[in-house]
Design a protein around this ligand. Structure first.
Ligand code: ASP
Length: 436
């Protein structure tokens, strides 16, 4: 019998998890059962993916950079990648701003709902505002300083330091390019072999992905706030979802078709397991190993491009987050009755671009950086309390968008550098097979 495609297996796991969570809520002690006995499998699944992220970046990026014949190729790839990342982010925020100004979701919020939300979520809002204040107090070049680690092992000890690891690895790769080939070859071969091992490990982890997402979604349901708040915030949530859907189903597939000729279904077939995983985990960092594997093996982008574009994207390119920050900022201003000028809206484009770059690739990071966007336009940052209740589901969708955007840019950059080929895995559902 033909095996069910991976993305279907994951979708079935997700639906079963949602139903199981909903069922557990009907029984006394059901939620606690899910938290004690089901949720840990979700955590184990996410942890095993996160575990792979740093070794994967190291092995594949060293191999990737050292395969480039000269340093000018690296800088060409770097400038293109960053340029396109910023461009797609600005387009995403603009789509968000146009939608929120037309839909005016703030107009749907009654005074009572507003006060209720502000009261219920003031604690959470306060702690996010305090963390954002810490980020803001640092000097203008702090972000640059942060990229250069003073100790490699300290940098590798946290997935939050991905850019530091990338910096070291590129530096190391440049060293390899500059030494004689007879010395560099064994080093390259080692990392090449290591990379194959790690890709295989990702395949093994993905075998249990349906169980992992089942556990994650069951836990999400039993821990979710009550349904009433979803109704109150419906117009706002729908505006964000509509914007994200335009990116997911319109903007990215069109860009991919336009620049690489790859059709909608091939693109979606190739990348969907990563999207589903991003949706289930709300973390682009945890999804990164799968994103890289799919873009390389199933969409055909060369390793040297994937190993640079995807990890950098997971850290700085967050179109879904920036669109959401744009919509949320205007929504909160609308609820508070602040009139935003065109200048304010442009300030949102600028700060949301920077804020999304600074957003960590973990669940709920986007709402923290939203504080900075709100402050830049003079709106009370305590307003984030208004949107807390629906943040998690929106985080799930925006993370799927973030990951899709990284894959899109990897394809475009790959094509522009002539590094896009027939995928190694032709049948996109097959497992990864090392080259002979
Ligand atoms: N969870 C998102 C990500 O990992 C970031 C955010 O918007 O909160 O991409």
């Amino acid at each position: 019998m033909k095996k069910l495609a991976l993305h279907w297996q994951i979708i079935i796991g997700m639906i079963a998890g949602l139903l199981f969570g909903a069922l557990a809520l009907q029984f006394d002690g059901g939620s606690q059962f899910v938290v004690d006995w089901i949720k840990p499998f979700g955590t184990i699944f996410i942890n095993s993916l996160k575990l792979i992220a740093i070794p994967l970046i190291v092995a594949s990026l060293i191999k990737g950079v050292s395969d480039l014949n000269d340093i000018s190729q690296l800088s060409k790839m770097g400038t293109r990648t960053i340029g396109i990342y910023i461009l797609t982010t600005i387009i995403a925020i603009t789509i968000g701003l146009v939608l929120v100004n037309i839909a005016n979701p703030g107009g749907f919020i009654e005074e009572a709902t507003r006060n209720n939300m502000m009261e219920s979520f003031s604690g959470e809002a306060g702690s996010r505002i305090a963390s954002a204040a810490e980020t803001q107090q640092r000097g203008p070049l702090a972000a640059l300083e942060d990229v250069i680690p003073d100790n490699l092992f300290a940098a590798m000890s946290s997935n939050g330091n991905m850019l530091q690891v990338i910096f070291f690895v590129i530096f190391f790769g440049i060293g390899i390019i500059l030494i004689p080939q007879e010395k560099s070859q064994p080093v390259k071969d080692f990392f090449d072999g290591l990379n194959e091992v790690i890709l295989k490990m990702i395949d093994l982890i993905m075998l249990v992905a349906p169980i992992g997402v089942f556990a994650l979604l069951a836990a999400l349901i039993v821990e979710a706030p009550s349904v009433d708040v979803f109704y109150a915030l419906g117009a706002y949530a729908l505006t964000v979802v509509l914007g994200l859907a335009i990116l997911l189903f319109g903007f990215y597939p069109s860009m991919v078709k336009l620049f690489t000729g790859i059709g909608f279904s091939q693109f979606l077939n190739g990348i969907s397991p990563a999207q589903l995983l991003a949706f289930s985990t709300s973390s682009s960092a945890a999804t990164l190993p799968v994103t890289m594997e799919r873009v390389e093996e199933h969409l055909g982008v060369d390793k040297d491009v994937v190993s640079f574009v995807c990890p950098v994207g997971a850290t700085i390119n967050m179109d879904g987050t920036s669109l959401y920050q744009g919509v949320a900022a205007v929504f909160i201003a609308q609820v508070f009755g602040n009139d935003l000028t065109l200048g304010d809206q442009l300030a949102i484009v600028l700060t949301a671009t920077l804020a999304s770059i600074g957003t960590a690739a973990v669940p709920g990071a986007g709402i923290l950086m939203l504080v900075i966007v709100l402050e830049s336009i003079g709106v009370n940052p305590a307003g984030i309390a208004l949107i807390f209740a629906v943040d998690r589901p929106l985080d799930m969708i925006r993370t799927a968008v973030n990951v899709t955007s990284d894959a899109t840019v990897a394809l475009i950059v790959g094509k522009s550098l002539n590094k896009l080929h027939e995928p190694r895995v032709k049948n996109w559902d097959d497992n990864y097979k090392p080259q002979k």
